[in-house]
Design a protein around this ligand. Structure first.
Ligand code: ACM
Length: 256
């Protein structure tokens, strides 16, 4: 299975050119991940601006993902978007194939000024079947909470698709541990560039169940990278002869 990311620098408020840029860059792959809020941009001046750049789940981002799936042969494309559901706004990610929408995840852990515009997600962590492989989704700052990746892995995710707009410096060096502790692949697709004083760190990457970084993008340039993986590696949760990541858990000792 070939998985990859499309790192680019969306411009705030320029949804159509942003989606066109992602489409132009998208390489052939079975699973492709785009950044968080890929069409709208991130650092909204106001909730009114966030609302004006929001879209329903079957909006322009879905249409672009369907076109990307058609162009690249991808069984699924994952992209972040500002979701409008009635009066409510969520920082969401959708999963689509050429035929349409496969599902939506609403970001659980909203970061900083996102709290002014978006409600905390209410979908919980979800896993979809993509060409026989289990794909879970989390969005950007969810990485900081190990429970997010762990919950996805416990729910059967073999690959975590992770659309991001990272500003804190630690994610690229932390995701190898999320992959290792859960024995999952992770595709973190970050953006780069600056928006109203906020700098995004690039360095999109794919990490493997042994904690290896299979490919990493630079910090300040467009990068569409793919790598071949064997998802079966994520089905083996053994740590040592007598230890298993899930079998050895002691949840009765984990409550506060
Ligand atoms: C973030 O969650 N976009 C920092």
């Amino acid at each position: 299975m070939r998985v990859g990311f499309v790192q680019f620098a969306p411009e705030l408020g320029r949804s159509q050119p942003n989606l066109e840029r992602a489409e132009a860059l998208a390489p052939r792959a079975d699973l492709l991940v785009l950044p968080e809020l890929a069409a709208s941009g991130y650092n909204f001046e106001s909730t009114a601006q966030a609302r004006s750049l929001s879209e329903p789940a079957d909006g322009p981002t879905l249409a672009a993902c369907r076109r990307i799936a058609r162009k690249t042969g991808a069984a699924a494309v994952v992209a972040g978007f500002a979701e409008r559901d009635g009066d409510r706004l969520y920082n969401s990610a959708l999963l689509a194939d050429a035929g349409g929408l496969l599902g939506v995840y609403r970001k659980t852990h909203v970061f900083e000024s996102e709290k002014d515009h978006f409600l905390p997600g209410d979908t919980g962590f979800r896993v979809w079947d993509v060409a026989g492989v289990r794909v879970g989704v989390m969005v950007c700052f969810d990485w900081f909470f190990p429970e997010a990746a762990r919950t996805l892995a416990l729910r059967g995710a073999e690959i975590i698709a992770h659309p991001s707009n990272l500003v804190l410096p630690w994610c690229p060096d932390s995701m190898p541990v999320r992959s290792l502790e859960n024995a999952v692949f992770a595709v973190t697709c970050n953006r780069w560039g600056e928006e109203r004083g906020l700098k995004f760190i690039g360095r999109s990457q794919v990490t493997a169940p042994d904690g290896q970084i299979l490919v990493r993008a630079p910090d300040g340039a467009d990068a569409a990278e793919t790598v071949e993986i064997d998802p079966a590696r994520a089905r083996v949760k053994t740590i040592a002869k007598r230890n298993d990541r899930f079998g050895d858990r002691r949840p009765e000792h984990y409550a506060r």
